[in-house]
Design a binder for this molecule. Structure first.
Ligand code: ACO
Length: 364
């Protein structure tokens, strides 16, 4: 097998009605809607209904009430958050609590799995700050309740809307690594919890959903716009990759980057610090794009979703260590839809490998 196949580039491994990523045009379609048409117009719970339509029997028209009830249900598991888990990364602690949920293929299991990263991450964030967990408010919107459970006080409508917009922006994205992992696991039919845990595991890596925390580290290390070029040149000289740039599929700008940048800008209206932070990040982005272009003229390395995710989640008060968990809160919607779609094909995923080891020999 040629090395070109190591990352399965160009291999079509699923037929999906869920989303389409056009890397050349910089376009993301989710169930027939361009991302721009969804974000800001359709809330997270409605998007969940859109993604899951046809994949569950008797899907209610409004998913906010059952999702609120599911948050209250999974909150019981927060009791298992002990000092060992609190000392781990938020993603590891959230994954461990999610693993306590029973496997199943029905809608209540699916809703508990959407509730899990939200409720568990909020509790983990508070526990790491020495604070007691805050119970869910089942009647609240999902995004507003995530912020309330994390902070202990209700967010402003603008903050809730910004998080809601983020969750919708990242709810699904073709056959990305975590979604593929979820589909592979789902295909052996262990149940949705196992598929979601596979997704969480893949998302955690710094090449996938683990990038936005390092974006903040990079911005903090650069400190001021004047340092951007020398810092970036030195990082690339060391062979580092710049978090928030590059993508396997997009050869133009990731459409989610602009949607999220707009959301940060809206959130910044009336704020003293955010416009300055945004202007600084834009200066770093310009320097990075310029340097990447001159160093890699043959490879179009553009801003990806993680760059402005970092700014948005920082502005909403999430600690960088928990950014990937917030990503999981949105992407879990897509993992579940893909898991159901994969099971519906009736086929287990089982590719082949080419053996390049030694010829058969006698055992010593
Ligand atoms: N900074 C510097 N150089 C880069 C970057 C980057 N962010 N991304 C790619 N390159 C370089 C590679 O080192 C490689 O150089 P080489 O040919 O000299 O070895 C060349 O560009 C091509 O890179 P590939 O590895 O082929 O790109 P691939 O498609 O495999 O990688 C990935 C995509 C993993 C996202 C990569 O761009 C990366 O590591 N980015 C930084 C981490 C990041 O932001 N991840 C989030 C992605 S979005 C998401 O998953 C939600």
């Amino acid at each position: 097998m040629s090395e070109d196949y190591e990352g399965l580039e160009g291999v079509i491994a699923a037929r999906t009605v869920l989303s389409d990523v056009d890397g050349a045009a910089g376009r993301l379609i989710i169930r027939g809607f361009a991302l721009d048409a969804l974000v800001g117009n359709v809330g997270f719970e409605e998007t969940l209904g859109l993604l899951w339509a046809g994949f569950f029997d008797n899907l209610p028209a409004a998913l906010q009430p059952p999702l609120g009830a599911a948050r209250a249900e999974v909150f019981d598991e927060v009791r298992a958050l002990d000092s060992t888990l609190i000392a781990r990364t938020p993603m590891e602690a959230m994954r461990a609590l999610t693993a306590r949920l029973a496997d199943g293929d029905d809608l209540p299991t699916a809703l508990r799995l959407v509730a899990a990263p939200a409720v568990f991450t909020a509790a983990v964030i508070r526990a790491r700050a020495g604070l007691a967990p805050v119970a869910p408010s089942p009647s609240a919107g999902h995004a507003a309740d995530i912020l309330r459970m994390s902070r202990g006080s209700s967010p402003s409508p603008a903050q809730a809307a910004a998080l809601d917009a983020y969750l919708v922006s990242v709810c699904d994205h073709g056959l990305n690594a975590s979604t593929f992992a979820a589909r592979v696991v789902a295909s052996t039919r262990p149940g949705l919890t196992s598929a979601v845990l596979a997704g969480i595991g893949a998302l955690k890596g710094p090449l996938h959903g683990g990038a936005p925390g390092p974006v903040i580290d990079m911005l903090d290390a650069i400190g001021r716009p004047g340092n951007a070029r020398s810092w970036i040149e030195a990082a690339l000289e060391r062979g580092d990759r710049l978090p928030g740039f590059g993508h396997r599929i997009y050869r133009v700008r990731d459409p989610r980057a602009d949607v999220l940048k707009r959301t940060v800008r809206l959130l910044g209206d009336g704020s003293h610090e955010l416009p300055g932070r945004l202007a600084f990040a834009e200066a770093v982005e310009r320097a990075a794009l310029d340097i990447l272009k001159s160093r890699k003229p043959d490879r179009s390395l553009q801003t990806n979703v993680e760059f402005y995710t970092a700014l948005l989640l920082e502005a909403l008060g999430f600690p960088p260590a928990a950014f990937t968990c917030v990503f999981a809160m949105g992407r879990v919607a897509g993992w579940i839809a893909h898991a159901r779609e994969q099971v519906a094909t009736g086929r287990m995923v089982r590719p082949q490998s080419v053996y390049v080891g030694p010829e058969p020999r006698a055992a010593a």
